[in-house]
Design a protein around this ligand. Structure first.
Ligand SMILES: [Zn+2]
Length: 388
């Protein structure tokens, strides 16, 4: 049912109305931030289009006075698609570059990891595939897909091709894929998902109908964490405010010592405002997740989390300056917050500091180099909060 997809009511309505009026395009591009449910929606749509059961109307959407065509989650087709074994759905994703010769698509040693990762994705469509060295969707995969699509299709109502994180196609692969987009395929829907849609060729954009996904609200994320991960509400709400609208981002923080991270952030703020550039530079090193080892995506997400913690702290301080104590999230740090407000409690200055954090967050998302962004932020925070 569409409840498998968190939030995204606008997107659900757009798609449902295309289905109901039989106006599905040949290809969709699901674009938008990471971790908001683009793959989840693509898988769900494949289920809806192939469901042979009796779908009960979705209660969430009914509240809005609408009934949307859903999937039953129980019939053979729904179960096959969910477990990624359906012949109706082709799920294309980045694979590790082959190191050995031979005709197989991947090296033997990678097969188990890929299976494991696909099983995790099938159990939870919000799972980000984590396959070592899988940095690209290879041109061989695109050729393979084209062959598969040229064969006639049996075994479902509608063939659905999902290219997950389609921007992982390099230019060569994208050009090859363009041919597939240009060829008519009866009864086939192609869905590209991408958190970096600007990396796709304009010719690909022009052949897909773009459906832009929204960031999730903190409430939607908190609700989902309680329901799906059985987190205590208080923890769910704390994490949801750090997640920048990404459910996957929120979930990645479960079990991490977020409060310890928060304490480091507070130290960072204190040092950054100490007027000692050297200490500030050292603090940036502490602030940034360690380089090496971790993937850039992970470092970037970890940096976003830290920025969100920083913003949350300042927003709490701002609430205290206006005596809105009830809005404070870092309740366990009330004393430290009050001390902070005694020193830096000018509401106008805090607002300027928050804007600087917003800018830094934006730059991190644009994949700029993390260190210079953070160094600039330290200077801006100091100017905002302490400079005369
Ligand atoms: Zn079904």
């Amino acid at each position: 049912m569409w409840q498998n997809v968190i939030g995204q009511q606008r997107v659900k309505r757009v798609i449902a109305s295309a289905i109901e009026s039989a106006k599905l395009p040949g290809a969709y591009l699901f674009s938008g931030p990471e971790g908001v449910g683009k793959d989840a929606a693509a898988i769900e749509l494949a289920k809806v289009l192939n469901c042979t059961g009796q779908p009960p109307p979705s209660p969430r959407l009914e509240k809005a006075g609408e009934q949307l065509l859903g999937s039953c989650d129980e019939c053979e087709s729904c179960l096959a698609i969910q477990s990624m074994t359906s012949t109706a759905v082709h799920f294309v994703h980045a694979l590790p570059k082959k190191e050995s010769g031979g005709d197989d698509e991947v090296d033997l040693k990678d097969i188990d990891t890929i299976r494991e990762q696909l099983a995790a994705k099938s159990a939870d469509p919000y799972h980000n595939l984590d396959i070592p060295r899988a940095t690209a969707i290879q041109i061989a995969q695109i050729r393979e897909l084209r062959m598969a699509l040229s064969r006639s299709f049996v075994g479902g109502r509608k063939r659905v091709v999902i290219v997950s994180e389609a921007d992982m196609m390099n230019v060569q692969s994208q050009n090859a894929f363009l041919k597939t987009l240009e060829e008519p395929h009866a009864n086939t829907l192609i869905i590209l998902t991408s958190s970096n849609a600007h990396k796709l060729l304009p010719t690909i954009h022009s052949r897909c109908q773009d459906v832009r996904f929204d960031s999730l609200t903190a409430e939607e994320i908190a609700e989902a964490l309680v329901e799906r991960e059985e987190l205590p509400r208080e923890e769910a709400e704390f994490l949801s405010r750090l997640a920048n609208g990404s459910y996957s981002g929120a979930r990645a923080m479960i079990g991490e010592d977020v409060k310890e991270m928060r304490n480091q952030i507070v130290d960072f703020l204190r040092m950054g405002l100490s007027k000692s550039r050297l200490r500030a530079a050292q603090q940036v090193d502490l602030f940034l997740p360690r380089s090496g080892g971790g993937k850039f995506l992970e470092r970037r997400q970890a940096t976003e989390q830290r920025l969100a913690l920083l913003a949350l702290w300042l927003r709490d301080a701002l609430a205290l300056t206006t005596k809105a104590d009830a809005q404070v999230v870092n309740l366990d740090q009330m004393d430290a917050l009050k001390r902070f407000v005694d020193r830096f409690g000018d509401a106008r200055r805090i607002v300027i500091a928050l804007a600087a954090i917003d800018r830094a967050m934006h730059q991190v998302r644009l994949q700029l180099q993390l260190r210079p962004v953070m160094m600039r932020l330290v200077v801006e925070l100091e100017e905002a909060l302490v400079a005369a």
